[in-house]
Design a protein. Structure first.
Length: 251
């Protein structure tokens, strides 16, 4: 048990690197985690030797080159990327937007691949940037695809955010709206993640019939007639279904 806890504490150091703070000093890490100085330096030496952390004078630490190597391996091997790259490229080209493959993990989402066109708007999240589950079409498409027993605790933890976005005042109201999304097969949002940008998302399902992420298309939030909007939604759903089929039935 002690070894497991020690490993968890060491790996937790990697979790503090973010867009808000790319590098940390040893003193900052000690203040943040409460580790003793000898313990922290022992962890940092192991992480540095593994290439997961780099040290810079005077006493600064940031992510190391091994992370880049792992990212390359991920790009080459992730089944979701392999199954979805062509689908995303065709979707982006057809509708002059940015198509993203989103993976869901630990109640957060991260874009693992995107395809874009010159006409596409700038969006707030691109590859590698984490996203919360509280707003936007992608989060709702994923949560809607969950069975109620798994969706319920997530909805309850995010209820204040759902209220603020106008998606539902109560847990049951949110669940009702999620059921509507599940029936129609896609979710749509306007300006929730990036101002002036709309998103259309459909869940990607793995072989166990659980959502592992979503396919999302973002476009300029220009006025679309109902026919155009449904064409986009249909294409996103078809793309997500094709990716899901490849994941469930690998060659």
């Amino acid at each position: 048990m002690g070894d497991t806890n020690s490993l968890e504490r060491m790996l937790s150091i990697l979790s503090v690197f973010s867009d808000e703070q790319y590098e940390w000093t040893a003193d900052e890490l000690i203040d943040f985690f409460g580790y003793t100085r000898p313990t922290l330096y022992r962890y940092l030496k192991i992480l540095t030797d593994a290439g997961l952390v780099s040290s810079l004078p005077p006493g600064r630490y940031l992510l190391g080159p091994r992370v880049v190597e792992l990212d390359h391996l991920l790009r080459m091997s992730d089944p979701l990327i392999l199954a979805g790259t062509q689908v995303a490229a065709e979707l982006a080209a057809q509708f002059k937007g940015t198509a993203m493959l989103i993976r869901w993990y630990r109640n957060r989402m991260v874009c693992i691949h995107h395809e874009t066109t010159p006409q596409a708007p700038m969006v707030g999240y691109m590859r590698g940037q984490p996203m919360g589950m509280s707003h936007g079409s992608t989060a709702r498409a994923i949560i809607a695809a969950l069975p109620r027993r798994k969706a319920l605790p997530l909805v309850e933890s995010l209820l204040s955010d759902f209220r603020a976005s106008g998606f539902g005042e109560t847990t049951e109201a949110v669940l009702t709206n999620l059921r509507k999304i599940k029936r129609q097969g896609f979710a749509h949002s306007r300006g929730e993640v990036t101002a002036g940008v709309n998103g259309t998302s459909a869940p990607i399902i793995d072989g166990s019939r659980m959502p592992i992420g979503a396919l999302c298309l973002t476009q300029h939030d220009t006025a679309l007639n109902a026919s155009d909007a449904m064409a986009v939604a249909k294409a996103v759903m078809q793309g997500a279904a094709a990716i899901s089929d490849k994941l469930a039935n690998p060659a």
